[in-house]
Ligand binder design. Sequence first.
Ligand code: FVH
Length: 293
Amino acid sequence: MTQHPVEKTPVTLLGLGAMGTALARTWLTTGHPLTVWNRTPAPAKALAADGASIADTAAAAVAANTLVIVCLLDDTSVDDVLSGTDLSGRDLVNLTTSTPAQARARAEWAHARGARYLDGGIMAVPPMIGVPETGGYVFYSGSRELFERHRRTLAVPTGTTYVGEDPGFAALHDIALLSAMYGMFAGAAHAFALIRKEAIDPTTLAPLLADWLTAMAPAVHQTADHLRTGDYTSGVVSHLAMQVAGTPTFLTTAEEQGVSPQLLTPYFELMRRRLTEGSGEEDLTGVIDLLVR
Ligand code: FVH
């Protein structure tokens, strides 16, 4: 009996920056017919050598295939690129980083033009694309039916995590995780600043820092349980009163080391405010309620 190879879904990809190019190579490597377009032609020409079809215009690229993936700089560039195209009958997957409101508006905009819409938030940097063991993935939200239809094709470059029908949820999850990442980087920056003028090799601090952050990361599960139950005191080990009492040590150490405390003080102020409101037996969960306006 003759075995027929599984047909690979043809893909159109608009945007060949660092991320778009990394995505493109994975579809080409796995045998997906790929049509590409980029504002500046050079990155498309480089992919043509590997089998990509180059479209002369964004409109021609959109016309080439049902599945149209965009990976551009920002929402404004998505507008610039797609406004002159005919999206009717297209399955539009937008991997451009945007705000939740922009993603929801883009979904309505696409539906009004006769397209189905899926939004994506990429939790990976370009070298992680096509390398499953790095743990990268893309959050998807919007039409579940559309996600299921293209799941296998979307899973070629990196993992997929569907987070709901609301088209804004992928962007919301993306920005939530990246915001936490910046908080972590801010803490690490302060730690390195503290040792900057000392005879301590930063490369000896780095593994200690990485291990400590890894050890502390599971605390987010208790925070989530507190928020879900409304009981911010259950399982608390290091209560707020104790932690606030320790903050002058951090600020004085920063002063002694000639380091600005500007990355720490906003958080310490919120901790103190929560304590003043009489929540000394909690840990840090109550700070979240001070942030939500
Ligand atoms: N690279 C990363 O580390 C992050 C990882 C997480 C996800 N982000 C988001 O992915 C989107 C694309 O990012 P990128 O890395 O590909 O970005 P660039 O290399 O700067 O390429 C930008 C592409 O967008 C095109 N472009 C920009 N403005 C316009 C416009 N007005 N009209 C048409 N195209 C436009 C640009 O074209 P060109 O400059 O090459 O002609 C590139 O194709 C992004 O949302 C990240 O937040 C990446």
